[in-house]
Design a protein around this ligand. Structure first.
Ligand SMILES: O=C(CO)COP(=O)(O)O
Length: 251
């Protein structure tokens, strides 16, 4: 199936793999994967970025970060600036992952600052949004997603909006093995696109790539990718093994 927008599949390793373990992964990955039709991004921990940069030299696989601070520099112990990531060859930064929202107190205001800082540095944000199980059961999925989108994209110019990727990750589907049905994911992503259209323009909404994330595996990726609104995936657990990540990218 030819997609309207270039598919983008990103692996989010979360807090997994030492630099040495990453070395082995990237050596095997570059031996086994070369696809141009799908933009492929790997987001290892900060401590593996230098290793990843060296191993991915000359490959079309891109590097992403899992988090970033919104200030350029200063007294922010333990934080990493957009410029530091850019300098390591990082092209994408995940912003607003539900684990950061839930465990590290990131709200939509902080997330919006991060989105703007990432764009300012010349990298592209992957802005994560999605509802909890409680929100879903009380039929608040659309409300939650539209608020997160509206606040996360606040103050962006049309040009900046063209460099954004959205990841719709329903919280109840992350790491649980319970994935959203392809119809459900497609409907919610369609709703998100409509919301973006209302906030910006039809042109911007139509070109924006929106991924699905939550228990994506080699066995279900082709179902999602066959849906017209779904432009890719943000993959957690199944991105940690070269074989399953390669099978996902080759869906
Ligand atoms: O959180 C995710 C990616 O950012 C999804 O994780 P899983 O693929 O492990 O469910």
């Amino acid at each position: 199936m030819v997609k309207k927008r270039t598919p983008i599949i990103a692996g989010n390793w979360k807090m997994n793999k030492t630099a040495n373990e990453s070395k082995e992964f990237f050596e095997q990955l570059t031996e086994n994967l070369s696809v141009d039709e799908v933009e492929t991004v790997v987001c290892p921990p900060f401590t593996s970025l230098q290793m990843a940069k060296e191993k991915l030299a000359g490959s079309s696989i891109k590097l992403g970060a899992q988090n970033v601070h919104f200030e350029e520099s200063g007294a922010y112990t333990g934080e990493v600036s957009p410029e530091m990531l850019k300098d390591l060859g990082v092209e994408y930064a995940i912003v607003g992952h539900s684990e950061r929202r839930a465990m590290f107190g990131e709200d939509d205001g902080i997330i919006n600052k991060k989105v703007l800082a990432v764009l300012k540095s010349g990298m592209k944000p992957i802005l994560c949004i999605g509802e909890s199980l409680e929100d879903r059961e009380s039929k608040k999925t659309e409300r939650i997603c539209s608020v997160q989108i509206e606040r996360g994209l606040k103050g962006l110019t049309d040009q900046q909006l063209k460099n954004i990727v959205i990841a719709y990750e329903p919280v109840w589907a992350i790491g649980t093995g319970k994935s959203a049905t392809k119809e459900d994911a497609n409907d919610t992503i369609g709703f998100i696109r409509k919301t973006i259209e209302q906030l910006t323009s039809k042109e911007i909404a139509n070109q924006m790539r929106i991924q699905y994330g939550g228990s994506v595996k080699p066995e279900n990726i082709s179902d999602y990718m066959a849906m017209p609104e779904i432009d890719g995936a943000l993959v957690g657990g199944a991105s940690l093994k070269v074989t399953s990540f390669v099978d996902i990218v080759k869906f």
